[in-house]
Design a protein around this ligand. Sequence first.
Ligand code: C2E
Ligand code: CA
Ligand code: CA
Length: 451
Amino acid sequence: MRSPFAYLSALLSPVPDRTNPLDRDARLSHMALHDQETGLGNRLSLERAAAGANPVYVVLFGIDRFEVLRNAIGYDSMAGLLTTVGRRLSGLNGRAPVARVGAGILGLILQAPDDEEAVRTAARLCEAAQTPVILNGAPVDIALTAGLARTGLINRNVASPVDRASIAIDQARAVHKRAMGFDTVRYGDPAGNLSLISELMAALDNGEFSLNYQPKYDFRADGVGAVEALARWTHPRRGCVSPDLFVAMAEETGHIRPLTEWVIHQAIRDQAELRRAGHDLTVSVNVSGRLLSDEGFADFALAAVEASGARLCFEITETAVVGNPEVALRLLDRFAEAGISVSLDDYGSGLSSLTYLKQIRADELKIDKSFILGLDDSARDALLVKSTIDLAHGLGMKVTAEGVETPTALALLRGMGCDMAQGYLIGRPVSFEALLERLTGPARTASTVAA
Ligand code: C2E
Ligand code: CA
Ligand code: CA
């Protein structure tokens, strides 16, 4: 059996004599398979090594914050740094040849019995290779993130294992992991998503969007105290598109403002109809972080609320504020003046620092469902939830728990002094018509809900 390294090893043999015309072919093939700056193999050499009959792992190592580092130390030093790290990786992996696959990306071939072992080995290689590199006598700190892909697999979206490993680096960075294998599910179907993006704007005009409402149960009033508006996109061919997908897409492509403005318009109309039916409920709308630095959006929201006298609550997440605190805080103040209340959504799911709570004068804190779903079995979650409720109350905020799915969780939250509960136990998100029907139907109190 031919080792997958044999080919690369042969190619990495001493450089041919440039003056000898007989060596010309060898020289050309050497150039074709090597990176000029570092002398390491190039992408093609790695692809060839990966193309053997036996499945192996392509492992790519991305230098974290590569561009910042290159700007700081210069292109020449960067080449030296890459060469050094390449040699280290090679030495740590049985002298396997190392290739430079992208500006700040090195790669090698790894043999491992299974994915888990491959990821473990790659993480170990990162740890071992990322000691400081000495350049002109000064140590330069580096950090590596590895992405892996197994060869011999058929992937409709990304055919090349080198491309898959490269995407895996981004996936690993996104979840703060040292090394990770390519995750097909997480990657989704970018070609399909691309066409969705172009359809999003027309979809708003074509009436493909609608709002679902999820009730918030008020412990003290023992009834529905508010509702959260959740956007729904029913695509004519694909059916329901997940809000997590289209919201992220709209954020990335600058469409989040028209989408949110549509939601606010619709929510105000629905609230007026609820009022006419005798139900005076606050409507919560999710406002994406990007909009908290958009003065134009704030102007729109204030005008809409002023014209209608609507009672809205904006649910925001902390990334919104951490990114651009000055502008965000100014806009939040404007909202408060207009009588729009503010809720800190998904509290606990991110970093949720005390600075965040200190900065923002919010009316409500929404404890993330990840804590509430674990409430029944985890004393730790219960302790965290209880302390968070007390902290929020101390700061003058109401607390909503989201993700309440069991009567036990509901009872525990009541005991902890939580103000509102939201979740499948109380009610799933439903159409406006279904909400109206439910509100006008027989009252559902905590005991009937729990039953
Ligand atoms: P979110 O604001 O945290 O909304 C709550 C999500 O949790 C909803 O998912 C809801 O259906 C789900 N949920 C409610 N109760 C339970 C429960 O008891 N158990 C579990 N496991 N899940 C529960 P949905 O509707 O898929 O929305 C997902 C996310 O999409 C929302 O998370 C929100 O961040 C975003 N989103 C939805 N509509 C809008 C919108 O109009 N604008 C913006 N910016 N984001 C929106
Ligand atoms: Ca929300
Ligand atoms: Ca939430």
